[in-house]
Write a protein that binds this ligand. Structure first.
Ligand code: MN
Length: 423
């Protein structure tokens, strides 16, 4: 077992049992305050640990690392150091925060400088995203969409069970949680009309997804096997793949989504390491037919992560729209990475690979309004009596996620974004 994952560990920092960030998690992010320029932080309870200050106090001197790597506006340079270094740093942070360690807790000057309340920091985009791929790996989601847009009897296209379907998304418009998103304009065709029109989307939607970030590059022409994939994965974030369904429906044939997706994609600020999620590996759904050898894998490569979407209309309470779980996603991350590189396409540090909408089979577990309202035909009725087929201006969408076992909760925090009117 990775030492930092031991469920019996406790920190000298008081941490509520409901916190997403116990000592067993230690996710990495980028923060700033009025006094501190952007830098690397680690979440612990309701605090952020300033990694830059810990480096200045020589807290990492036994690890072969230039501590100025924490004084950067993105995690990329740290991630590029590779998995043995990520692991050594996480283990060292875990050690510093344990009840039996006084290197920080016994040094009031250092403690004051390196621990900042989460409420006093601004979280920034954690990764400079090099390339962004969005997969389509939930069998339930692909089935629901296929039933609505194509064929009720044969919703899955013939390729779906043979390869993790995906498309290349837009990296430039990936934003951190808390960033408002303007309703996009686009071209749509009303089925009753002959000609398309241009204007604000009438069918703005969310997609509940998890995404992984790569921290190890490859050279063009090389491939990553399913066995090697974990060495490339730094960690995971929550992702909201905002989607304009009316634009998508008109534009997507035959090359797939384009402007209906590229206007904004929101991610959560804390990158939860693959190491922290190690105890939550589970067996995934059975894959029939058995995938081709390059997609075959050994061991448990799915992860048991609970997910939730909430909607907060302007000046109202949050309403839960869906609960689902990452473990039922058909294609796992190792297979996605093996497929992505199977043609020799190179990986870069800071690539983002999203799962595709994560839906279950029951109503209440669907990860998009498209599915929850059947393309808007069965609107949701909210507690205040108002209805939602798709998102309204000033609605806020919130996604949360956590894994839990033996009383240890490894949480992702949240990804949140408010819809503003079209400009
Ligand atoms: Mn998507």
């Amino acid at each position: 077992m990775i030492r930092a994952n031991d469920p019996t560990l406790h920190s000298w920092i008081q941490i509520s049992p409901e916190s997403d960030f116990p000592i067993q998690n230690l996710p990495f992010g980028i923060f700033q305050t009025p006094e501190k320029d952007p830098r690397v932080g680690v979440a612990i309870g309701s605090y952020v640990l300033d990694m830059c200050v810990l480096g200045q106090y020589n807290m990492f001197e036994l690890i072969d690392i230039d501590p100025t790597v924490f004084h950067r506006p993105f995690l990329n340079d740290f991630m590029a150091l590779g998995r043995p270094t990520w692991r050594a740093i996480r283990n060292r942070v875990s050690e510093l925060l344990r009840t039996d360690n006084e290197e920080i807790s016994g040094n009031s000057e250092l403690m004051q400088k390196c621990l900042i309340r989460m409420t006093d920091v601004e979280m920034l985009l954690p990764v400079k995203v090099s390339n962004y791929t969005d997969f389509y790996s939930s069998l339930e989601h692909a089935t629901h969409v296929g039933q609505m847009f194509r064929d009720r009897e044969n919703p899955l296209l013939p390729n779906w069970r043979h390869l993790p379907v995906g498309y290349h998304g837009r990296a430039s418009s990936i934003v951190v949680s808390g960033t408002a998103v303007h309703r996009p304009n686009g071209q749509t065709l009303d089925p009753q009309e002959e000609s398309p029109v241009f204007g604000p989307t009438q069918q703005l939607d969310f997609e509940l997804e998890l995404a992984f970030v790569t921290g190890k590059e490859t050279t063009p022409g090389s491939r990553v096997s399913t066995e090697e994939a974990d060495e490339h994965i730094f960690g995971l974030v929550l992702l909201n793949d905002w989607s304009a369904r009316d634009v998508q429906k008109w534009e997507y044939v035959p090359l797939g989504p384009f402007l209906s997706k590229s206007f904004a994609t929101s991610i959560s600020p804390w990158v939860v390491t693959l190491d922290a999620l190690e105890p939550f590996r589970v067996k995934g759904p059975e894959q029939v037919p058995r995938p081709l050898p390059y997609l075959d894998f050994t061991g448990h490569r799915h992860y048991d992560i609970n997910l939730e979407v909430l909607l907060q209309p302007a000046d109202r309470e949050e309403i839960s729209l869906c609960h689902t779980n990452f473990k039922q996603v058909y294609w796992n991350m190792s297979q996605q990475l093996a497929h992505q590189t199977s043609n020799g396409c190179n990986l870069q540090v800071g690539d983002l690979y999203a799962s595709g909408t994560i839906s279950g089979s029951e109503p209440g577990s669907f990860g998009s309004l498209l599915e929850l309202t059947r393309q808007g035909s069965t609107p949701l009725t909210l507690p205040d009596g108002s209805q939602r087929s798709f998102l309204h201006d000033y609605d806020t969408v919130i996604m949360r996620g956590f894994a839990e076992k033996e009383g240890i909760r490894i949480g992702f925090g949240e990804v949140k974004g408010q819809v503003l009117p079209a400009v």
